[in-house]
Design a protein around this ligand. Structure first.
Ligand code: SIN
Length: 289
């Protein structure tokens, strides 16, 4: 099998074929994937037949995994999954959700922005998907920065923002309840413009689901600017929309992408396995002026 990387007809993303993630990767395969990831930001590996241990082995090649996947029961029908794997699912057993982030729409966000050291990468593997809805949208946050009006680039140069656990300025009570986020209050402050530690490129680092405020701005002004940043980064020309097929493993770089989930009905079943790779505290981009 020869590994092939094919860019998507989209503002970010590439499809990777000719690779079997149920076996260990060679160093050459790792290099091809790592290079493609830095270039395309989101990688789609279709038709994979893997178990949780395979996903953990693949994820570990890119860094350290959390000891235990946070906010996750980590079980499926009584079967214990690897402790670094989180179930993203709306499936209920005996009336109780068996995983995390269960129901419906999620606004744009980047994984772990509410932590001092957000996740570098996320890998999501689809087992069951809805007949309609539950797509994942990815936004190119390099492009979002590069296409910002100069006036905003200057105003926000050196500014930081506060992020909370799915408690951004625009999050409704309904969404909080659907995502079951009670009982955790992680929050962190990061630069609005960050420097990607590997590519050196600048990315916009705010999002609708987690960003609460801009530091040093009065509340109304902070809300007004954030609304402009969200609208700008969520335009269709920044976005790739992934419609899931069982067997897809989608892997994204949280340092230069935001992602969101479209709504889906309560009668649909959605079951995915998630792993995350630990990152470091984001650094401010070098001043544009
Ligand atoms: C996530 O934000 O990690 C989950 C995204 C999804 O369910 O599509």
């Amino acid at each position: 099998m020869r590994i092939e990387v094919k860019p998507l007809k989209a503002p970010l993303g590439a499809q990777v074929t000719g690779i079997n993630l149920s076996s260990s990767l060679t160093q050459d395969e790792f290099n091809v994937i790592h290079d493609a990831w830095l270039k395309y930001q989101v990688l789609i590996f279709p038709d994979q037949k893997i178990i949780d241990e395979d996903q953990v082995r693949f994820s570990r090649m890119f860094g350290t995994l959390p000891e235990k996947a946070v906010h996750s029961q980590g079980t499926k029908s009584g079967q214990q999954l690897h402790k670094s794997v989180m179930l993203v699912t709306n499936i209920r057993e005996d009336g109780k959700v068996i995983g995390s982030l269960p129901d419906g729409e999620m606004h744009f966000h980047t994984d772990g922005a509410y932590e001092r050291n957000p996740y570098r990468y996320t890998m999501l593997y689809a087992i069951e998907v809805p007949r309609a809805g539950g797509d994942t949208l990815f936004a190119n946050m390099y492009r979002a920065y590069e296409t910002l009006p100069n006036e905003l680039k200057q105003k926000l140069d050196g500014v930081e923002a506060e992020h909370g656990f799915y408690t951004g300025v625009d999050v409704s009570e309904k969404m909080k309840q659907a995502l079951r986020i009670d009982g955790y209050d992680g929050k962190a402050i990061h630069p609005v413009f960050i420097r990607h530690e590997e590519t050196g490129r600048t990315a916009l680092y705010v999002n609708r689901l987690q960003t609460r405020r801009l530091i040093g701005f009065e509340e109304t002004e902070s809300r007004k600017i954030l609304a402009r940043l969200f609208e700008h980064s969520e335009q269709t020309e920044m976005i790739y929309r992934h419609k899931w097929t069982p067997g897809d493993l989608v892997a994204w770089d949280n340092r230069c992408t935001n992602h969101a989930r479209t709504d889906f009905g309560p009668d649909e079943r959605r079951l995915l396995l998630r792993t995350t790779v630990q990152g470091v505290k984001p650094c401010a981009a070098v001043s544009a002026s």
